[in-house]
Design a protein around this ligand. Structure first.
Ligand code: HEM
Length: 148
């Protein structure tokens, strides 16, 4: 099986609400997403060039804010579909094809993203459960980078 257990999924979905509840969502996702990309570019400076179209050089620009929110919105949908693996697979296949067409996007970058998320999420999620999150996040990132 390519997905985390439904027990792990339930924990992750429940804990993710701390980040994505309607009253917290817009700001937590934007600042959290910004922190994720900042860390990603520190660890892999070359990856920054992939995001010139979305104005990465102006990190707080409307264009890069928009990019961050597309990514975080995507992650939000994936997490909320962890227990419906057929739909999750369909979502992942779609995201995989959207990433496969972007020259320079590598599987390594997704592995790095998994590390960055696992390092950052405990800062915004109380009682963060590292096992459940690792079990669920790694297959998601693998699925999204399947075509790379
Ligand atoms: C674009 C999701 C990780 C590279 C996008 C888009 C979404 C998305 C929803 C917009 C697609 C569109 O409108 O065409 C995600 C999620 C990720 C993730 C949920 C992991 C949690 C990554 C990683 C890389 C990457 C690790 C490589 C460093 C890109 C690029 C674009 C993109 C280059 C196109 C930016 C543009 O619009 O010019 N991603 N992504 N993504 N993603 Fe990802």
């Amino acid at each position: 099986n390519n997905h985390c257990s439904s027990a792990d999924a339930a924990i992750v979905i429940e804990q993710w609400q701390q980040v994505s509840s309607p009253d917290a969502a817009a700001q937590t996702k934007l600042t959290g997403g910004r922190a994720v990309f900042k860390k990603l570019f520190e660890m892999a400076p070359g990856a920054k060039a992939l995001f010139t179209r979305v104005n990465v050089d102006n990190f707080e620009s409307p264009e890069f804010n928009g990019h961050i929110m597309r990514v975080m919105g995507g992650l939000d949908v994936l997490v909320n579909y962890l227990e419906d693996t057929a739909t999750l697979d369909s979502l992942l296949a779609h995201l995989a094809s959207q990433h496969a067409v972007r020259a320079g996007v590598t599987k390594g970058a997704f592995e790095l993203m998994a590390k960055v998320l696992m390092g950052g999420l405990p800062k915004v999620v109380e009682n963060f459960n590292p096992d459940a999150w690792a079990n669920c996040i790694v297959p998601i990132l693998n699925g999204m980078s399947a075509g790379l």
